[in-house]
Ligand binder design. Structure first.
Ligand code: SAH
Length: 204
């Protein structure tokens, strides 16, 4: 499969049906999701993997993408059941539903019997609930042997430091720009552009 074909497949996965400001819901742009998956698969060979975790999966672009590139078992976790329903519907359309599970609950409170092989996440950036980004990151580090995570560019040095403090090797991979919906109901701008960085972390 070409990267462009993956991007087109992912772009057909719908965004959140009823986006909620307080959950910082927005669908990862297909080009960003495809690039993340591509680097994980072809630069680092972390994908396809046995067990993949997508924390704050929303409608599942990252996790479903991991299934499309051949991962054996993908677990999507989100508090929004409606978004997960959209993800499961998309998993059927992509023909990967036999390898995808959706769990509705708090991604920072997940327990697994054994570590996942790879976690992919585009978590809330902690704009609405301070610290949500780091809480997601620490959950992923404790649950998975490899972690790919999207963060606001200005927080990246802090995020990398937190990874190292948690005993993980961590590095920035690439930068991108996403368009976020307004973060407050009274914002007059329809959306704003935010620089993000994708990081890779490997807990020891
Ligand atoms: N990764 C998704 C969506 C990112 S938006 C994609 O690729 O499209 C952030 C997501 O985190 C939203 O779907 C939101 O519902 C979810 N979320 C926010 N707080 C959460 C929590 N505590 N536990 C699980 N999911 C949460």
């Amino acid at each position: 499969m070409r990267k462009r074909d993956l991007e087109i497949l992912l772009s057909r996965i719908p965004p959140h049906p009823r986006p909620r400001v307080e959950l910082e819901q927005y669908a990862t742009p297909a080009h960003l999701a495809a690039r993340m998956l591509w680097v994980a698969a072809y630069t680092y060979r972390d994908l396809p993997a046995g067990v993949v975790l997508d924390l704050g999966a929303g409608t599942g672009r990252l996790g479903l993408g991991a299934a499309v590139v051949g991962s054996e078992y993908v677990v999507l976790v989100d508090v929004d059941r409606g978004a997960l329903r959209v993800a499961l519907e998309a998993s059927r359309e992509l023909g990967v539903d036999a390898r995808v599970e959706a769990v509705c609950g708090d991604a920072t409170r997940v327990a697994l019997a054994r570590r996942a092989d790879c976690a992919l996440q585009n978590p809330p950036f902690g704009v609405h609930r301070r610290g949500a980004d780091v809480a997601f990151l620490e959950a992923a580090l404790s649950l998975s042997r490899r972690v790919y995570s999207v963060h606001k560019a200005e927080t990246v040095s802090y995020v990398l430091r937190r990874c190292r403090e948690a005993g993980a090797e961590a590095e920035p991979l690439f930068e991108d720009v996403v368009r976020l919906p307004p973060t407050m109901p009274h914002h007059y701008k329809r959306e704003h552009r935010v620089r993000v960085v994708v990081i890779r972390a490997a807990p020891r």
